[in-house]
Design a protein around this ligand. Sequence first.
Ligand code: FES
Ligand code: FES
Length: 181
Amino acid sequence: MTKFSVNDRPVEYRMDPETPLLWALRDASNLTGTKYGCGTGECGACTVDIDGEAIRSCIVTIAECEGRFVTTIEGLSRDRSHPVQQAWVAEQVPQCGFCQSGMIMAAAALLRKSSNPSDAEIDAAMTNICRCGTYPRIRGAIRLASRVLRGEEKLAAAPPPGIRPEDAARAVPSLKPPARR
Ligand code: FES
Ligand code: FES
C-alpha cells in the first residue's frame, strides 16, 4: 500500500508500487486532466507538481511518491482562478489542448520559484512539447501571469468549465415564463 497526498487529500493506492504515478492518477483516482503522451519522460503532457517541482508522472512510480504532496491540474485551483490559468484563457493559448495541462503545471511551478522569469528561464523550464506549436502564446501567457502575480495587472476570473468566455459575459436571460395573452 502506498500513501501520499493528492490535491491536499490523503490517498492510499492498493496497486503495484512500481505503477507509474500517471496511471494511478488517471485510472484509480479518475484525475484524467493529466495526459499520457509518450510514456518516456520526453513530452511533458503528464506533468504534475510534486513538492513544488514540475515532475513527469509517467516516469515516477507511486512508491517514489510515498509521503509526498502531489498536485494535478484539477488541484491547481478549485475555480480556475490561478493566475496561470487566467493568463492561459486571456491569451487563448490552447489549440487541441492535449499538452496544456502539463504546460500549465510546468508554468505554475516555474512562477512559484521565479515571479519574473527571464526568457532564458522560461525556455529552460518549459521543455514540454506542443504538437500544435503554441509556444509563442505560452511565453506570452507566462509573462502575463507573472505580471498578475506581481500585482502589476489584473485579470477577470476564468469562466466555469464548459462555458466560452464570450458566453459567460452575456446577460443571463430572464427565467420568467412569458406572459399569457
Ligand atoms: S507522457 Fe510523460 S513525458 Fe510524455
Ligand atoms: S495545444 Fe495541441 S499539443 Fe499543444
